[in-house]
Write a protein that binds this ligand. Structure first.
Ligand SMILES: Cc1cc2nc3c(=O)[nH]c(=O)nc-3n(C[C@H](O)[C@H](O)[C@H](O)COP(=O)(O)OP(=O)(O)OC[C@H]3O[C@@H](n4cnc5c(N)ncnc54)[C@H](O)[C@@H]3O)c2cc1C
Ligand SMILES: Cc1cnn(-c2ccc(OCc3ccccc3)c(C(=O)O)c2)c1-c1ccc(Cl)c(F)c1
Length: 447
């Protein structure tokens, strides 16, 4: 707050014009600050889909809350997002069965196009004169304490010096802002590449432009050590993502081995994708790596902050990465409101209150990665899921299954984990009680 009691207009540089950076620029613009958004790539509204990034994503409540704050939720929900009301599980014999997310309240997640959503947010910033966007600007140097940034203009090959009151790094999992932050003392950092990679395939629409599979589902082919999912697109196609260890991708090096593999594990998908297209896209593509990043704190004094994947890249086995990054923007805005734009209070508080939840969703996503490989076919997993669903039906306000609390509520991720631990304890005692009752019953019968 300025001396005269008026709100001080900050000059804020946002590095990274992806999903989270463009949303953060919009939040800050709505607060009246001068925002300069710097993006390495060209304006995605003028370029085709970038390979090596998921084409569509699952949007859930946390992301919707952020879009609602900036006035874009209704547009996405009513004009673009495709509701997925249940999982459609595909067995190896090609048969399917569905598991609703929550039959009572019609909860659903939405499949949204990455480029569409990114372009929509960027377009919305054009309603604010206090936002400048600079594409083809790659951050190459940063002195965070001084608020000084150096960009390479990939068009002119010249460098651009920028000074800002606040630097926000939303430049993704390989963040240059985080790299500068790592020079600070007491900055903790860890990363993990998992053994699985992912490759995206496409199920085209029918000749008359309709979906080839039931549209309002998240289609899942759980196959132990590898899994495949499909999310619907606006053009009635499906973006199929195969998650598999790199060594398995490497072993499939010919049309014959590819078709043998898909015939064995995903037979129903071959006619949907098309044999020719499957061979071309699989053998013509290469799997992308999956990286998890954990670090803290997220700020340097009152000068710089990292959000989104720059702060907490997670493996995609919960569909929460973007939702968590959008939630960063929501929580940051609440802190701007509460502390009247006082960065000396906002930034440290964001770091201190956020890291437990981002660590929690990172662990949950990694656990899901393991769970989905091992437990989906294990009877005990299926019994647990059935008990979860029964108790959720019986005590909806009390017993909220982990996936539902993560996906359909804004309960802090760390509380979702605590909730799950409490449920595990209750189920364990319930299991012991059932065993005891069976024992007493048998003993009484045999007396
Ligand atoms: C296979 C897969 C599936 C996924 N599915 C889901 C899902 O269903 N739901 C979900 O919520 N999340 C999902 N995610 C996660 C989601 O994609 C990310 O969490 C999200 O994109 C993070 O957004 P971001 O803006 O923080 O980072 P990014 O999307 O990586 O954007 C960072 C931006 O910064 C720019 N940049 C990078 N370096 C510089 C630099 N030096 N200077 C200037 N600009 C720079 C980049 O060009 C980019 O535009 C998935 C991820 C993967 C890989
Ligand atoms: C993109 C996105 C959005 N949500 N989810 C998701 C995640 C976990 C889920 O449950 C645990 C479980 C599902 C299937 C088998 C065992 C456990 C469920 C569910 O239950 O619907 C949904 C994903 C996703 C992302 C990657 C893979 Cl590989 C995947 F299968 C789904």
């Amino acid at each position: 707050m300025a001396e005269n009691g008026l709100k001080k207009k900050l000059n804020i540089a946002v590095v990274g014009g992806g999903l989270v950076g463009s949303l953060e620029a919009l939040y800050l613009a709505k607060r009246g600050h001068n925002v300069s958004l710097y993006e390495y790539r060209e304006d995605i509204r003028n370029t085709p889909q970038v390979r090596g990034r998921s084409i569509n994503l699952a949007l859930s409540v946390r992301g919707r809350t952020a879009l609602k704050d900036v006035g874009l939720e209704d547009h996405i929900i009513q004009n673009h997002g495709i509701p997925m009301k249940a999982r459609m599980i595909h067995r190896t014999d090609g048969s399917t069965y569905e598991i609703p997310y929550d039959a009572r309240t019609n909860q659903c997640i939405y499949s949204v196009g990455r480029n569409y959503l990114n372009g929509l947010v960027l377009k919305e910033t054009e309603n604010y004169k206090n936002v400048e966007k600079h594409f083809n600007h790659k951050l190459i140097e940063a002195n965070l304490q001084k608020g000084a940034l150096t960009f390479l203009n990939t068009d002119t090959k010249g460098t651009v010096q920028v000074n800002a009151d606040l630097i926000i790094g939303a430049d993704g999992a390989f963040s240059a802002v985080r790299k500068a932050m790592m020079k600070q003392p007491l900055f903790d950092y860890s990363q993990k590449y998992i053994e699985h990679g992912y490759l995206e395939l496409c199920i085209p629409p029918t000749e008359d432009g309709q979906f080839q599979m039931p549209a309002n589902y998240l289609h899942i082919w759980p196959r132990g050590n590898f899994m495949m999912i499909a999310l619907p697109n606006q053009d009635c196609s499906w973006t199929v993502t195969l998650f598999m260890p790199f060594q398995n991708f490497k072993a499939i090096d010919s049309e014959e081995s590819l078709l043998d593999f898909f015939t064995k594990y995903f037979p129903d998908s071959i006619p949907l994708i098309g044999q020719k297209r499957l061979v071309e896209d699989f053998l013509g593509g290469s799997p992308s790596p999956l990286l998890a990043v954990k670090c803290r704190p997220y700020n340097v004094a009152d000068k710089a902050l990292i959000i989104g994947d720059a702060a907490h890249a997670v493996v995609p086995f919960y569909g929460q990465g973007m939702n968590a990054g959008f939630e960063d923007c929501t929580l940051l805005d609440r802190l701007f409101q509460y502390h009247h734009d006082d960065l000396a209070k906002i930034l440290p508080e964001f770091s201190e209150t956020r890291w437990r939840d981002t660590f929690a969703i990172s662990d949950l996503a990694m656990y899901n990665y393991i769970e989905m490989r091992d437990l989906v076919t294990r009877p005990s997993y299926l019994v647990r899921k059935a008990m979860d669903d029964f108790l959720f039906w019986l005590l909806p306000g009390v017993w909220v299954p982990l996936y539902n609390s993560v996906t359909f509520t804004t309960m802090p991720y760390s509380h979702c984990v605590k909730n799950r631990e409490w449920q595990n304890t209750v189920l364990l005692y319930l299991f012991y009680f059932i065993i005891f009752c069976v024992f007493v019953g048998v003993w009484s019968y045999l007396r």
